[in-house]
Structure formats: structure tokens, C-alpha cells
Design a protein around this ligand. Structure first.
Ligand code: ZN
Length: 223
């Protein structure tokens, strides 16, 4: 349980965060502890239901089956396998010391995410006649992608590497979204018209992320 005091908070808020598995209270700058305790007491059942619905951690361990590109990958680790991960269909073979397994899988997934999304980003940017200076992947919590449309650092696009765990139609939508921001800095009608032009499956992609997006944040998390 995490309690945060927010200068602007007027009341008390209780949130069960399905992305990182934390229960958070937001409190006004002063007081509120007694009310928070009452709120928590009244919402015991609600909280239990939320927590029961959270995804489960899926550590990078030998034999683990992780989501990948709309399908799955089984982590086939043996110390004697080649150290560089090798994918063969729905199996990822990895060797080397077991302690290094999580980091090796993570590195491989990040590289796969970039190898998939960078060419797509550049292809869509070319369609709207915009320049992309850099594409990178990180591990953002709140957003699947970000884009610097103009000014300093213009044309820099970043994605969450976790998108490689999702089906390609989801990546297509996130990439189209960020590329549309190279043209429109806002989410106005012009932005949405261009986004629809670049990606016809936006609704399906959003549905998928609503249902499974939080679960992607539990992949690779230690149990
Ligand atoms: Zn946006």
C-alpha cells in the first residue's frame, strides 16, 4: 500500500493499479488519515476483487511461456545452449549462466521490438512525408509510445519494448499514432483522420490493449 500526499488533491482517492500491482491512496496535503481508514474499510470487498483480477507475474525462467507477437514463446534454457538466444518457431533457445537468463531474454525482446517497429515507423513516416531522427525502445509505464513532433529533438519516437509481446495490429496502431503526431501535435480531428488513414484497425487494437495491456507489464517480473 502506497500513500501519497498531493498538493492539489481535494479528497481521498483509493486506486488499485493493475499495471504494477500496487494499492495507492491519494491524500490532500494535510489530514485525511481517519477518512482513508474508513474508505479502505468500506472497500475491502472491492479491493479483494481488484487484486484477484490482477495478472500474475511471469518471470523469465526456464520453461516459461511468454506472450510474443500475438502468439507465445517458450524459454528453452540449458547451460550448454548457445548464449545468444535463437528463436525457432515458438521456442527461444538460450544458454549461458542461469543468473543471466532474465537479462538475456530482456535484451533479445528489446532488440526484436526495435527490429519490428523501427522499419514500420520509418515506412509510415515516409508516407506522411516526415523525417524520423531516432526510434528507440524503453520501458514506460503509462504510455506505449511517445513522439517529439517539432522543436528540439524533433522526429524522435520511443516505444515500450513490451509491444513486441502484443499482436502486430497493436504495434501498427501505436506506431501510426506516434507517426500521426509528427504531423499533428494534438489529438484533434486532423490527427484522428490521419491516424485512421494510417491504420484501419484502431478499434480492435484499443480493445486488445484494454483487455491485455496491463498483463504485458507483468511479463518478466520476478514472482
Ligand atoms: Zn497521442
Amino acid at each position: 500500500m502506497v500513500a501519497e500526499r498531493r498538493p492539489g488533491a481535494r479528497g481521498i482517492r483509493l486506486r488499485a493499479d493493475s499495471i504494477d500491482g500496487a494499492v495507492r491512496f491519494t491524500l490532500p496535503p494535510r489530514g485525511g488519515i481517519a477518512d482513508a481508514a474508513t474508505l479502505l474499510d468500506r472497500h475491502q470487498d472491492w479491493l479483494a476483487r481488484q487484486v484477484a483480477g490482477w495478472p500474475v507475474p511471469l518471470p523469465f525462467a526456464p520453461g516459461a511461456i511468454i506472450p510474443f507477437d500475438g502468439s507465445t514463446l517458450m524459454l528453452d534454457w540449458a547451460a550448454a545452449h548457445p548464449r545468444l538466444p535463437q528463436r525457432n518457431g515458438d521456442v527461444l533457445r538460450i544458454g549461458g549462466p542461469i543468473d543471466a537468463l532474465p537479462a538475456r531474454v530482456l535484451r533479445w525482446l528489446k532488440a526484436a521490438a526495435l527490429a519490428d517497429m523501427e522499419p514500420l515507423t520509418r515506412a509510415l513516416a515516409a508516407r506522411v512525408d516526415r523525417n524520423v531522427s531516432q526510434v528507440r525502445v524503453g520501458d514506460t509505464r503509462s504510455r506505449w509510445g511517445s513522439c517529439v513532433g517539432n522543436g528540439a529533438g524533433a522526429g524522435r519516437i520511443a516505444y515500450s519494448w513490451r509491444l513486441i509481446l502484443a499482436p502486430s495490429l497493436v504495434r501498427r496502431n501505436v506506431v501510426a499514432h506516434e507517426v500521426a503526431h509528427l504531423v499533428h501535435a494534438n489529438h484533434g480531428p486532423g490527427f484522428h483522420a490521419l491516424l485512421a488513414e494510417l491504420d484501419a484497425n484502431g478499434a480492435a487494437s484499443k480493445r486488445w490493449l484494454r483487455a491485455h495491456g496491463a498483463g504485458l507489464h507483468w511479463v518478466g517480473r520476478a514472482a
